[in-house]
Ligand binder design. Structure first.
Ligand SMILES: Nc1ncnc2c1ncn2[C@@H]1O[C@H](COP(=O)(O)OP(=O)(O)OP(=O)(O)O)[C@@H](O)[C@H]1O
Ligand SMILES: [Mg+2]
Length: 371
């Protein structure tokens, strides 16, 4: 798939050379874009989020060192290989200190260039993995093992319970009630374990696909009407979807999960009547352009003193809440998709949750932990 290819931006005012490098990299399976000057380079880093930039130092407008600085400010995980014709050693040393990954002196042969590119990608990936694992708290490292130990007996309990239900006379009301309680508690505990796992699960790299957000919303509404079978007859969902939204490159399952959590919160908050408006729109500015999803409910709203805790893991005001719904949303939207999520609410007046997703989710793998 085209979007699976690693992106490289070649910055050189010698367009013939840039094209030649582009073709060479293209033959090695990279997706290449070209910028003839520093200004275009900075713009393209922002709009295309290349994983690697091949940067000529001698540009007509902005000094190469300055461009390097701007690239690293935009996304410090964008790797940069300096192409230099005059590479006085001190210049190169300074640039490596400023964050460049490697340098190549012109003229160079093709093999040297390809080897350097591949090596930089290899190191970059190792660094990302390290960072990802290093970021995990001991809870996050330990919990999957614990989850395994909790789930096995839960399965056994469910199985045994099914046998009891089949074999015993549940006409006995006390017995029937007890069985129901065990069932509910098992379900609750399974749900809790699953939510914790969703929260800490590392991102799945391969599932980034182009989606139309309007379609995800239709799917979410459909799922919600099954989860809240009775309530969904009393709670109205009004869709104000902008037709022909630009697509976004997202992990479909994760985004669906995040939207579900938001809609579920509205349903849980509104109780047995209310209206949820789901609106989508596209904003071209600032670059790269954002698809916005705005959820407005007319539920009871949120107490002012609670607003700052909403995204904290395990913060809940619900009797049986886990308090991970919004924490998962933030992880998915902000950390894994370079998007934004914002909650606005006033007690008694309802709640507005705004999600913004960048139009081209270019750094689908690297962006996950980069900002
Ligand atoms: N639309 C909303 N209206 C009113 N309160 C909300 C809304 N959305 C979130 N909240 C408040 O934010 C808290 C945290 O939400 P979050 O989704 O993280 O956890 P939860 O819903 O309590 O539990 P979980 O989602 O894990 O089952 C909720 O307990 C609730 O107090
Ligand atoms: Mg929730």
């Amino acid at each position: 798939m085209e979007s699976d290819k690693k992106r490289i931006l070649v910055v050189d005012d010698n367009l013939e050379l840039a094209e030649m490098i582009g073709q060479l990299l293209g033959r090695h399976g990279f997706r290449v874009s070209i910028a003839p000057d520093g200004r275009t380079a900075v713009e393209k880093v922002l709009s295309e989020s290349p994983e690697l930039v091949l940067l000529d130092l001698n540009l007509p407008d902005i000094a190469g060192g300055e461009v390097l600085k701007k690239i690293k400010e935009t996304d410090k995980n964008t790797a940069v290989i300096i192409l230099t014709a005059y590479g006085g050693e001190q210049v190169v040393v300074d640039l490596m200190k400023a964050g460049a990954e490697d340098f190549i002196s012109k003229p160079f042969d093709n093999e040297l260039l390809i080897n350097s590119v591949k090596e930089v990608f290899k190191i970059r990936e190792l660094k990302m993995e390290d960072k990802m694992y290093g970021r995990l708290s001991s809870f996050e490292k330990f919990f999957p093992f614990l989850a395994h130990e909790i789930r096995n007996p839960l399965h056994a309990i469910s199985g045994a319970l099914a046998i009891i239900q089949r074999r015993s006379n549940l006409q006995d009301e006390v017995l029937a009630k007890s069985v129901r309680i065990i069932q509910e508690e098992v379900q609750h505990l399974s749900g809790f374990v699953q939510e914790c796992l969703d929260f800490i699960r590392p991102p799945v790299r391969s599932r980034f696909i182009q989606v139309d957000v309007n379609e995800v919303i239709s799917v979410v509404i459909n799922i919600i009407s099954h989860i809240f079978e009775d309530l969904s007859k009393k709670i109205k969902i009004r869709e104000e979807l902008q037709p022909k939204l630009p697509q976004v490159l997202v992990n479909y399952e994760e985004i669906k999960q995040a939207f579900l959590n938001i809609v579920k919160n509205s349903f849980e908050a509104m109780g047995d009547k209310g209206e949820l408006v789901i609106k989508t729109r596209f904003k071209a500015e600032p670059l790269p352009g954002w698809v916005e999803i705005i959820y407005t409910d007319n539920g009871p709203g949120i107490k002012k003193e609670n607003l700052r805790f909403l995204f904290h893991p395990f913060f809940t005001t619900k009797l049986r809440g886990t308090g991970l719904g919004l924490a998962i949303c933030r992880r998915i939207i902000a950390e894994r998709h370079n998007g934004k999520i914002h909650v606005e609410s006033e007690e008694g007046k309802g709640t507005i949750v705004t999600v913004k997703l960048p139009r081209t989710q270019a750094s689908e793998v690297t962006g996950e932990y980069s900002r």
